[in-house]
Ligand binder design. Structure first.
Ligand SMILES: [Zn+2]
Length: 109
């Protein structure tokens, strides 16, 4: 049994339920933005503060904060506070793997 049929709980021939469809389309929407892709890619291996992300990717802090809020609402990133600094890391292996797969796909196009 593959991972899909294991988690679907329904016959694979049946239609997806509305909630699943919503989450899947939100996930692709989250990955459908170049800035969010760059941020998630940066967070593949370790955590970064908003400042560090902004400097590394040469983005405005306000842009980074905005996109991190978006990703956090979808629980694709999480943060922890150390002193006055928030450090962000990814919070979902599935979506990181999806992004890795898609980057590999881009390399052979
Ligand atoms: Zn491919």
């Amino acid at each position: 049994m593959d991972e899909y049929s294991e988690h679907s709980g329904t016959d694979v021939n049946e239609d997806l339920d509305e909630e699943t469809l919503f989450v899947v389309s939100q996930t692709f929407k989250a990955l459908g933005d170049p800035t969010r892709i760059r941020i998630l890619h940066l967070l593949f291996h370790h955590e970064y503060s908003v400042n560090q992300i902004a400097e590394t990717l040469r983005l405005r802090q306000s842009t980074v904060s905005h996109q991190l809020r978006f990703l956090k609402n979808l629980r694709l990133v999480k943060n922890r506070r150390q002193g006055t600094t928030l450090y962000y890391s990814h919070d979902d292996e599935h979506v990181i793997n999806l992004l890795k797969q898609t980057i590999n796909h881009a390399y052979h196009c």
